[in-house]
Design a protein around this ligand. Structure first.
Ligand SMILES: [Zn+2]
Length: 445
């Protein structure tokens, strides 16, 4: 464009001079004016032609040429402005390049406008996906625990969550630091692929063994299932909360209550709606010192997860009924399917809303940490027993999911052995109360 304008100006200047000069010469005036006009015409036509051919399209990025965003944010391209010969040609611009916001890094977006035969005008934008969110280490078992000084600490494990990286568990480093003669701390650290660091600390306190007591506590007649006849007394401050869902039932619940009574263990019953014939059972649960809690008036997922209102009605309807039967107003509840269920995904985000809502309304909800799977894959007494005993974590709070629905003989048959296993391994049994910290699964809907 520039060079053309200069040529033009020069031509125009020459023409101007010729014109001025011709003004002073009358004889040749007419002829010279004619020539002048012709020259002017040629000049103008050349100008138009040349500028048309040499003019380039104008491309300008909307938004910044470098855009930074946090991992997992959505990237929306701000687009581009493009014009050619004063016409908007935005829609003819090809945009190339993809941004994977799940993976931190630099991504290039190119904008190309093809014009004339083989000419291209191009612009670029850089999108930087950054991860500034640190992973989170969650320790399994207690953060502060006591073991005997001659006992070896067995790692209780941990989980790592991160917004970007998947398998960070394998990369956790554990460092042991002596705090004092009878205490050390375990420092767990891990870094995600962007260098964000997470840390967790577990304190291990060593105590002296009191020689007189411990060898006697395990003198029950029942033998451990694993055939380990020489039992080593080990310290274990673990708690087991036995919980029974989907009852009461006339055939199973009374027998469960009998066993709990014999073993002097208190448990928690998450009830469904019950008929008149079962009212006695609900009263018995309370009278024998167990926790009566709400699973829901109905267990029908389609109905109860249809709306927040439907769910809250399902909850309070049974709360009122239990109050009328027993005089107890219970605020302890468990979502049918658990708060982590995906069966409710026909109503997107309902669990996210409900887990907030029930707490706002004064309820406390309890998922589980150990699944007996007695409403799923476990078909025999031994499977129930193994699922529970293998799922227990020492020195931790264990909430065990079981069911007392009608016909669930396998759980009934496994219960006594489960309780004895717990006692022999130093666990204490407790019922859930409103002082018990809530047990929450990860929400999946
Ligand atoms: Zn249930």
């Amino acid at each position: 464009m520039n060079t053309v304008s200069i040529v033009e100006i020069v031509i125009a200047a020459i023409l101007f001079l010729i014109m001025i000069l011709s003004m002073f010469n009358k004889r040749v005036r007419k002829l010279r004016v004619a020539i002048l006009v012709i020259l002017l015409d040629i000049c103008l036509l050349t100008h138009v032609g040349v500028t048309y051919i040499t003019e380039e399209p104008v491309l300008a990025l909307k938004g910044n040429s470098v855009i930074a965003l946090e991992a997992n944010e959505t990237y929306i391209d701000p687009g581009i402005q493009a014009s050619y010969h004063k016409k908007d040609v935005q829609k003819d611009v090809k945009i190339q390049g993809k941004v994977n916001t799940k993976k931190p890094g630099e991504y290039k977006i190119t904008y190309e406008y093809h014009y004339q035969k083989d000419k291209v005008k191009q612009l670029e934008r850089i999108v930087k996906v950054e991860d500034h969110v640190a992973p989170k280490i969650t320790l399994k078992g207690q953060e502060k625990l006591t073991i005997y000084e001659d006992e070896e600490y067995k790692e209780l494990g941990y989980t790592v969550e991160d917004n970007v990286d998947q398998d960070l568990e394998q990369q956790v480093k554990v460092q042991k630091n002596e705090v004092s003669k009878n205490e050390y701390e375990l420092i767990y650290t891990v870094e995600d692929s962007s260098g964000n660091e997470a840390k967790a600390v577990r304190n291990v306190i060593l105590k002296k063994r009191q020689t007189s007591q411990n060898t006697q506590t395990n003198s029950d007649q029942t033998k451990e299932e694993n055939g380990n006849s020489t039992k080593k007394p080990t310290s274990n401050s673990g708690i087991i909360y036995l919980t029974f869902d989907d009852g009461p039932s006339l055939d199973i619940t009374p027998k469960i209550l009998d066993i709990l009574k014999q073993e002097n263990v208190k448990a928690t019953f998450f009830l469904l709606n019950y008929g008149e014939s079962k009212e006695k059972l609900v009263k018995r649960i309370v009278e024998e010192g167990h926790t009566v809690a709400i699973h829901g008036y109905s267990h029908n997922y389609k109905k109860i997860y249809a709306s927040e209102q439907a769910y809250m009605q399902n909850l309070t309807k049974l709360q009122t009924k239990i109050k009328n039967t027993t005089g107890v107003t219970t605020t302890i509840t468990r979502f049918p399917g658990g708060s982590s269920n995906t069966i409710s995904s026909f109503n997107p985000k309902i669990m996210t809303k409900l887990t907030k809502k029930v707490v706002e309304e004064g309820f406390r909800y309890y998922d589980w940490t150990v699944d007996s799977n007695d409403a799923g894959g476990a078909k025999t007494r031994d499977e129930v027993y193994n699922n529970v005993t293998k799922g227990l974590i020492r020195n931790a709070k264990n909430t065990v999911l079981m069911h007392d629905f009608s016909g669930n003989q396998k759980t009934l048959d496994a219960l006594k052995a489960i309780i004895q296993y717990g006692k022999q391994n130093g666990y204490t049994f407790q019922k859930i109360t409103t002082d018990t910290p809530m047990v929450k699964h990860k929400i999946n809907n």
